[in-house]
Design a protein around this ligand. Sequence first.
Ligand SMILES: NC(=O)c1ccc[n+]([C@@H]2O[C@H](COP(=O)([O-])OP(=O)(O)OC[C@H]3O[C@@H](n4cnc5c(N)ncnc54)[C@H](OP(=O)(O)O)[C@@H]3O)[C@@H](O)[C@H]2O)c1
Length: 311
Amino acid sequence: MRCVRGQGDAWEGCAEGAPAGTAAPRARARRCRRQPGRAADAGEGAVQAGEEVRRGVREGAAAPHDHRHHARQGPHPAARQGREGTAGTEGTAGTAGTEGTRMKIGCIGAGHIGGTLARHFSGLGHEVVISNSRGPQTLSGLVADIGNGVRAGTAEEAAAFGDVVVVSVPYGRYRELPAGPLGGKIVIDTCNYYPQRDGHDAELDDGTTTSSEKIQAFTGARLVKAFNAIYAANLRDRGLPRGNPERLAIPVSGDDGEAKSLVCGLVDAIGFDPVDAGGLAEGGRKHEPGSRVYTAELPAGELNTLLDTGS
Ligand SMILES: NC(=O)c1ccc[n+]([C@@H]2O[C@H](COP(=O)([O-])OP(=O)(O)OC[C@H]3O[C@@H](n4cnc5c(N)ncnc54)[C@H](OP(=O)(O)O)[C@@H]3O)[C@@H](O)[C@H]2O)c1
């Protein structure tokens, strides 16, 4: 069963998460797919695993921040197309459910992933406020580099600003998040649990719960797990227009169907195929570190197959 984009802008098949606080049913992974079928079909395209994967480089060993490098890269190709009204236009609009809607997006964490998403989303025309733990004054270089009207604020300000808030910090620091302003908001959780970096969390070590469920419980947010299973460099560089057989897929999981649908639209808008991995409890486990799909960097058909055959 596939997730499709309906006559409006919703990603219909994504709107099937388990209700918050209930046990998640076994969910089959579905590729979120637009109508009419312009996107690549299951199994299409060659697998192009990222260089990091081939080299066996771990996420934590990603290159240090180099904003000048990002500046040289210029805007993301998918983002550029979106602004120019070609391949990315519909996907951009789909993020808010209305063609051309400009969203307010807060980013808590402005590193490899948070900074890259801020760059993509602002490149698509969304209003973006970025934040880190050291304060907005430390983000002037990144703000200048990204341009596009991106502003820096505190984490509290980014949380309060965003209709959608990206949380992209080391998992071990989630208790520092501004739970108040995040409550009830759509939050995109990119965080992964690495005990060697984050310290041990007994509930995660014994599989009682998942990192995303803990962040959801702490913040009271409408949390969607996404962008956690792709290397930052690939997220930055490998977005492609819809229909390209080499377009990579990104697993998305969450218990709030409307929130998940919106995030699927954002994934598509920056050049990746969203794949619905189910609710947070099961779906999240399927794309956590150690799972088969984690940083596998696959097109949608192959990612779906891996998700369906277990983590
Ligand atoms: N790197 C990857 O390829 C990759 C891929 C997928 C998922 N992830 C996951 O995504 C998350 C972010 O990874 P990353 O590589 O982007 O990390 P990173 O480059 O180290 O950046 C982390 C960011 O979080 C900020 N931060 C830390 N504590 C904070 C707090 N309490 N409030 C506000 N901001 C805070 C940091 O700000 P300061 O510098 O001021 O402390 C920094 O901007 C991690 O959970 C990681 O496991 C990473």
